[in-house]
Design a protein around this ligand. Structure first.
Ligand code: NDP
Length: 256
């Protein structure tokens, strides 16, 4: 993954599933600084991440934040900012999410609030709090145009955010709050691409495929390695042409 060589990157939800695999593969791609963000870096669910940080001392930094809590995102951004230096942050991956399993007829107010807080409002505040460092990276690059090793926001989305695919999904569809919140995340991608275009920061939504993680279950068709290899290949090849779009882990355009 030569395109990501020497980049700095921050991944949310980095302690397990796709986020953890992304940290591992960013290290294999020789990213210079990898900020692995999670809710509980000292807890039992972050042991693998702590081992990676010990092994890659000075490259991997564990960052504590709860993306459902804007004040903890702000604190984490201040900490990361103090470690970044003039080159800023090249790649921001909004990966953390929750999947409340409710239908349109069973979702509670709390299910809807939780899904929106974590899957839409969290990524929005992550982008806003880390924006100064993305802007610094875009300025420091000195290269024209857009690329993920210059400055990019990657929002991990899902095929169940695709409005045109919903009518063919199984009935009753059990991921209603998730699906609506991820459609909101896709709109955030479109706004981010538009509003940060002048800063030469690109933004895209990516569907990782159906992947064997706690969220994807063991029945899923892909392992994390294959999904993340595909996503990093796509991320490494992005230009301004793709900014504001929605693709899958193979690079295929997804229908909105
Ligand atoms: P997992 O459920 O395995 O992992 C979710 C991650 O998000 C965990 O690290 C979890 O941390 C973190 N997280 C959840 N809530 C918060 C919060 N409030 N603050 C900080 N971190 C939080 O999911 P996957 O790895 O499968 O999914 C990763 C991304 O891929 C998600 O955006 C998901 O929507 C998307 N996706 C996944 C698919 C799949 O088949 N797996 C299919 C389509 C999309 P903690 O351990 O603290 O709970």
């Amino acid at each position: 993954m030569a395109a990501l060589n020497a980049c700095s990157a921050l991944v949310t939800g980095a302690n397990r599933g796709l986020g953890l695999e992304m940290v591992k593969q960013l290290l294999e791609a020789h990213c210079s600084k990898v900020f692995a963000a999670c809710r509980d870096p000292d807890g039992p669910n972050s042991e693998v991440l702590r081992e990676l940080a010990r092994k890659h001392l000075g490259v991997v930094t564990l960052v504590k934040h709860d993306i459902a809590d804007p004040s903890s995102i702000k604190e984490s951004a201040e900490k990361v900012g103090s470690l970044l230096g003039e080159k800023g942050l090249n790649l921001l991956v909004n990966n953390a999410a929750i999947l409340p399993q409710k239908t349109m007829l069973t979702a509670t107010v709390e299910d809807m609030h939780n899904a929106f807080n974590t899957n839409v409002i969290g990524p929005l505040f992550v982008i806003r709090e880390y924006l100064p460092y993305l802007r610094a990276a875009a300025k420091a690059s000195g290269k024209p145009g857009m690329s993920s090793c210059k400055a990019a926001v990657i929002n991990i989305s899902t095929d169940s955010a695709s409005m045109s695919m919903i009518p063919s999904m199984k009935d009753p569809f059990p991921f209603f709050p998730y699906s609506i919140s991820k459609a909101g995340l896709n709109m955030l991608t479109v706004y981010t691409a538009r509003d940060l275009k002048a800063d030469e920061i690109l933004c895209i939504s990516i569907h990782p495929g159906w992947v064997r993680t706690d969220m994807g279950t063991n029945e899923a068709t892909l392992d994390t390695r294959e999904s993340v290899e595909g996503m990093l290949r796509v991320i490494g090849s992005l230009t301004e042409k793709e900014s504001g779009g929605f693709v899958d882990y193979t690079g295929k355009t997804m229908p909105w």
